[in-house]
Structures are given as C-alpha cells and as structure tokens.
Design a protein around this ligand. Sequence first.
Ligand code: ASP
Length: 355
Amino acid sequence: MKRNARIISVAAMAALGAVATAALAADLPKVRVLATGGTIAGAQASATDYGYKSGAYDVNSLLSAVPNLDKLAVIDGEQVANIGSQDMNDEVWLKLAKRVNAVLAEPGTDGVLITHGTDTLEETSYFLTLVTKSSKPVVMVGSMRPATAVSADGPGNIYNGVAVVTSPGAKGKGTLVVLNDTIHYARNVMKTDTTSVQTFESLNRGPAGVVHTGKVEWFEPMDRKVGAATGFSVDALDRLPRVDVIYAHANMSADLIDAAIKNGAKGIVVAGVGDGNMTTPALDALTAAAKNGVVVVRSTRLASGITLRNNEVNDDEKGFIASGELNPAKSRVLLQLALTQTKDPVRIQKMFYEY
Ligand code: ASP
C-alpha cells in the first residue's frame, strides 16, 4: 500500500513537471532553424587531421549537439539544402529567401536562425537582408571547424545565434551574422581569414555587437535600408540576372570582360586595384560595354575603404556605378537585384548609396 502511494506520488510529480515544462515552453520564443550545410555540418575522418566533407550532418544532429538550447527557445529544424557554401547559387538563394519570408509570416514564429557555410555567408546574408519582408530577426551562423573537430565552434555559434534571434534588439536590423561571440550586420561583414575562428570582420564600421554565453550587447544601429524598405521582392522571381565579378591586376587585358559579355552577363563588377581602378584597355572595354547597356560597377579588391565616385575614373561620363563600401561579392548581389528593376545607372547608384 505504502509502496503504491509512493509510485503515485512519483507519477504525480512527473506529471506536474511535465505541466511546468510545457508552461515554460509556452513562454519561450519560437525559432525556426533553416539548415543549408557548410562546415558547421561537416564531418572529418579524423578529429585532428585536415580534410572533411561539408554538409554531412542534418539539422537535428546539429541542434542536438548544443547544450541548453531548449532553455532559450522552442526550436523547429528544417533542411533547406545541405551543401558546401562554395556551391551556393541563385536557385538556393531564391528558395531560402522564399522560405524565410514564409516562415516569418507565420504568427507563431518569432525569428529564424540559418546555418550556412562560411565561404559565401557574406553574400547570402546580404541577399537576405535586401529581400526579407518581415522585421522579425534573421540570424546566420556558420563555423570554421567541422562538427567532429576537437573544440568545434559550431555549437557555441548556434547557441549564441539563437540568443541573438530572441534578443529584443535584433528586430528590424536586417540579417545578422553571428560567429565567435561577435554580431555583424550583413552589409558590413566579410570573411577575412581562411582558417581562423575569428574570420568574420566588419572592417569599415566594426561589429554590430557582441554575444557572450547568450548575453547580447549592441553597439551601433543599422543606418541603411533593409528588408521591406528596399522595395526588392523575390516573390515572382525564379532566376536572377547574370552578373560577373572580374579581378583587376597589373597588365589586365580586356579578354575576360569581352568573354563575360559574350556569355550573357547583364552586369559586371570590377574588383579594381586601389580605389576601383584598372588598366586602360580594361577601362576602354567597360566604357564600350556600358554604352551598350551592360551595367558596370567599380569596387575594390582591397579589404576595406570606400570606392569613391568620380575620383580617378569619371563615372558620370562613362555611366559607371561606384560601389562605396560594398566589396565585389556584395556589389554583385545588389546589382543582380537592382537589375530585376532597372538598368538605369543613376537609379542603381542611388541603391548603392542607400542599401
Ligand atoms: N567551404 C565551407 C563552406 O563554406 C567552409 C565553411 O563552412 O567554413 O561551406
């Protein structure tokens, strides 16, 4: 009899515990994790050797490796792709952006976390910041070490990423990138180191904030148009215009410019030397291209600084666009979206100033 009573009371306590957990969960924010692959989902043959395969683990395996995540939010995982981000392409961008917009439109969802490879994370994040309709938080994380590595950085980045999604200050800031305890605006962030965990930097402006063991501090507000304010929409898009990036160097010829145009490029971004400069043959080829309706953006191959309009190149006369703070990879993203609306270099230059 006594024994039965004890069993009943243990069962009652378990039931109470379940009710309390359910009540707690009901109070927690709801976060959807959209996984796309990358080193964060990568597996090695040996935990201490070079060599691994990106995108080997699925979203549920990634989430289960993060302790205490369920104390921050109620999380649902969804696999959108499972690729190394060196293979990222327009098709996956459009699929991901449409998914982000659909998920954020659900009244029960408070924000989105995206796991992604680090190689092209700066491009995908800028694409999403320009086309996401909702002001609910969107945060992207990756990792420099595979999930199987000694001291893998992925779980900590996912934990901090979810903490930023649930932070009240994250709303309306556009897509954010969180790695190694640092928060960056998509527009400003760049991968700067091939292997270091401190690879993401916002070299012109500094980071948006920091996040230590889930505690978030913000530094600077976002002063550019993001999300719905840009007027871009992916709703009716099933492809993006071709834009090529061409790298300038000593003795640069016009050959790659001609090849890009021959192969159907609607826009060309030059990763120029210095302040967006290039050789005279290259400049002449691009001047002719712009006259024929190809949209030309001058950016820089340097890691920081502003590509100024009408500095050493007369952009007004040639009908070029100066990229300002945007590096070649981000300039390409903005030009692809701009070309879905216009080919007018004056209008596109305005977008480069405002976004
Ligand atoms: N190549 C990998 C990728 O971008 C690198 C990484 O995720 O860190 O998918």
